[in-house]
Ligand binder design. Sequence first.
Ligand SMILES: NC(=O)c1ccc[n+]([C@@H]2O[C@H](COP(=O)([O-])OP(=O)(O)OC[C@H]3O[C@@H](n4cnc5c(N)ncnc54)[C@H](O)[C@@H]3O)[C@@H](O)[C@H]2O)c1
Length: 313
Amino acid sequence: MDQKDRILVIGALGQVGQELVETLRLRYGTERVIGSDIRLPENPPELFEAVDVLDTERLLAIVRKYNIRYIYHLAALLSATAEQKIKGGWRLNMQGLFNVLDLAVEGHIDKIFWPSSIAVFGPSTPRVDTPQTTVMDPNTVYGISKLAGERWCDYYHARFGVDVRSIRYPGLIGYKSLPGGGTTDYAVDIFHAALQQGSYTSFLGPDTRLPMMYMPDAIKATIGIMDAEAASVKIRSSYNIASMSFTPAEIGAEIGQHVPGFQLDYAPDHRQAIADSWPQSIVDQDARADWGWQESYDLAKMTADMLLNLKKQ
Ligand SMILES: NC(=O)c1ccc[n+]([C@@H]2O[C@H](COP(=O)([O-])OP(=O)(O)OC[C@H]3O[C@@H](n4cnc5c(N)ncnc54)[C@H](O)[C@@H]3O)[C@@H](O)[C@H]2O)c1
């Protein structure tokens, strides 16, 4: 990337966006990374713009204003929220992606990162050790939009040569930002509740095993696939990536090692059905072989780090 070229993060106020902007700025320099979201934060930092990804004119104006060449497009309605706003979820998740892909077709940008999700899998998918290529029959608005998005990314790459790169994030856990309405949010909330109340009621049942990832690993994967040589990114739909899988009971027991007397109860709600349609564990050998994906955190290491940092806050 040329020194004058810049990076735009769309959805920069979200759970992933906040941490991604911070890391990209450390890596490339503050002035090269522009944050954007549909709204401005209370005290807008420098180099932050209000941009609705559905507003193509505004999006192009910002791309031109800052010489943007790379876009990390994170804006989406997540799994639980999209079930409440079916058409709005579909529109944002699909049209937002088209608007960014079309910027590349028209030659305004060179490279796109767009995250998919384990939600692309469905009830007929093998749930244990889910392979890269398998049955995919998502039954949520979110999962349907992510699977369609993957197919469009692959199509735009094959048809127009668009350099779009994607990974299927598992549930993401971090201490710097709060989750935005997904089915794995419990795994963040549980840490805050453990430290504040010493107890937590999980909205998923005790044995609901799901693939998860600590945010530093997710950010490492995101920047890793963007940094890879184009030829080594062989899958242009989206890559499986994995680091750990656990149940609410297992993370509760791990937290209990650090928070004596931690009490975990269960009251499964509508999100249980979504979780039950997703994989329990993921096979990610393609990401490891093609562009060198390697995680740094397992459940024990993540739990210790989460609690340490939340206590500091
Ligand atoms: N967090 C997870 O566990 C997880 C798991 C799998 C995939 N993902 C994917 O990663 C991406 C980021 O997720 P997140 O957890 O940070 O989501 P989030 O809900 O925390 O953040 C999304 C951001 O997008 C912004 N936004 C909404 N509509 C917009 C619009 N029209 N224009 C511009 N910005 C808009 C929101 O204000 C919000 O700040 C999403 O594509 C999501 O599907 C996340």
